[in-house]
Design a protein around this ligand. Sequence first.
Ligand code: PTJ
Length: 262
Amino acid sequence: MTKIHVPADHPRKASLDIRERIIEGHENDIVATAGLLAHGRGEAFDYLLGEQTTELARMACQAAVAALLSAKHPVISVNGNICALVPRNLVELSELTDAPVEINLFYYRPVREEAIAGALRQAGATEILGTHDRPSETIPELSSNRRKVDSDGIAKADVVLVPLEDGDRTEALRKIDKFVVTIDLNPMSRTAVLSNITIVDNVVRSLPLMVEYAREMKGWSREKLRETVASFDNATNLSKALRLMIDHLSAQAVRGRVEEDE
Ligand code: PTJ
């Protein structure tokens, strides 16, 4: 299929370019077909958020990076969508926080594993966990394909970053005492609610920001990192994120009414 060139002056260029990356990822077996639907859902929530990184999301990013930097065995879980959107940032964050990347797919197919591993390697990854040739274990109480995890990765991790997820795994990971960090544009999703830290933002904005924070916070003391994590309250964070969406919608509605009256 031919790649669509989005003209530079198109008012929705940024969003359409990201969509193209997902479509291309689907054509290259990186993104699952359901990943296209997941992306559309994300786009809708991003609209509600005003398509910008809020101060709230910045604070969540900082807490997330603090959790990764203060962990004994942090791991970054990789699915098709995140790999198609921000492969280089994933590898950078992995290097800065000493958190290996682990491929963990809901819609597992060997060809997808291979395509994702290839894309990560191309982005600079030297160590990739979760591939079929690696030692693995099963997460109890989880029946999806995601139950199979790397023995040196998610199985022994204390902190797991699961960007852009489906909820059942987050619940299972919490049950086995993992500290779960997620990035999800939907503050009402099961993943968002069940995680310890949820960044309500688009991964294309928050991953580069996390890389920036990781560079800066690498020099922080363990105590300061732990304090940053401890002072973060996810329930409050999610309700504030919802409030921001409501306020954004209200502002749009008021603007519409003023324009109607003019
Ligand atoms: O690659 P696989 O096989 O592991 O499958 C990955 C998908 C994403 C298909 C799978 O995990 C899935 O079905 O996820 P869900 O249940 O559709 O949830 C995806 C969540 O991510 C939804 O809450 C979306 O709003 C949110 N989302 C989508 N795109 C973005 C996003 N959040 C942040 N940034 C995005 N770009």
